[in-house]
Design a protein around this ligand. Structure first.
Ligand code: AP5
Length: 231
């Protein structure tokens, strides 16, 4: 039976999805988290929620996100530390978009130790930058359930409407070409050093992300099974 169909699959781990904007972190993290029954923790989604609620953190983060820059480590670390305290994280979690700097990665290493977790498994989505602009400008997301579509590669059955819950689809404000360029620049400068950081520690698994949705997912399941996290 395929791993994703196994209701007893367990993963007492932190899994990190590392890759540039548009590489498919959110798409795959949602599916894998569902399959393993552990939370999908997207720092981008958490920050967008703060922005939409107008919290103090949201007000600080909004202009930074609109420019496509990274929100300061201090703000993100506090938010993450609070989130993984919740009981639903006791059997592991999947980080999408975190860590994004070496400072964040070191802090996460300490947090995992404190919570009694093994070191993380890092799924590194490898993809050339030429496909990312098309993926990001074509992305549409459901306002209700957060399902991710693509008008070119994975369109909904009815334009503008989510197949799952009928929710309205929207385009993220940071998916404008000028902001995407800034986000890709921030990735190269501040986040890509994490590839070497985690590779040296032996935690990194390269995944070719320029394949079909299904092929990428299957390769990720194989990597997770390979560490013996599934029992
Ligand atoms: P965040 O929300 O994390 O955005 P991101 O890293 O830029 O990544 P994306 O969500 O854009 O892309 P993705 O890789 O998830 O791709 P997806 O699966 O959607 O962060 C937003 C902002 O928040 C940041 O700029 C920053 O300001 C702030 N922030 C967040 N975390 C932070 C942190 N830790 N520290 C500091 N600041 C932080 O896919 C993209 C599209 O491609 C979709 O349309 C999808 O359908 C399509 N697609 C996916 N897979 C495939 C495939 N195999 N084939 C064809 N199309 C595909």
């Amino acid at each position: 039976m395929a791993l994703e169909e196994r209701p007893d699959a367990k993963l007492d781990r932190a899994v990190i999805f590392l890759g540039p904007p548009g590489s498919g972190k959110g798409t795959q993290a949602k599916e894998l988290a569902k399959a393993y029954g552990i939370p999908h923790l997207s720092t981008g989604d958490m920050l967008r929620e703060h922005v939409s609620k107008g919290t103090t953190l949201g007000l600080q983060a909004k202009p930074i996100m609109e420019r496509g820059e990274l929100v300061p480590d201090s703000l993100v670390l506090k938010m993450v530390a609070e989130r993984i305290e919740r009981p639903d994280c006791s059997h592991g979690f999947m980080f999408d978009g975190f860590p994004r700097t070496v400072t964040q990665a070191k802090y996460l290493g300490e947090l995992l130790k404190q919570h009694g977790f093994h070191q993380p498994l890092v799924l590194h989505l490898v993809i050339g930058s030429s496909v990312l602009m098309r993926r990001l400008t074509g992305r549409r997301t459901c306002k209700v359930g957060g399902e991710i579509y693509n008008i070119y590669e994975r369109p909904p059955k009815v334009e503008g409407i989510c197949d799952n819950d009928g929710g309205e689809l929207f385009q993220r404000p940071d998916d404008r070409e000028d902001v995407i360029r800034e986000r890709l620049h921030a990735y190269e400068k501040q986040t890509s050093p994490l590839v070497q950081y985690y590779r040296r520690l032996g935690f990194l698994h390269d995944i070719d992300a320029d394949k079909s949705f299904e092929e990428v997912k299957q390769r990720m399941f194989e990597s997770l099974a390979g560490i013996g996290g599934v029992r």
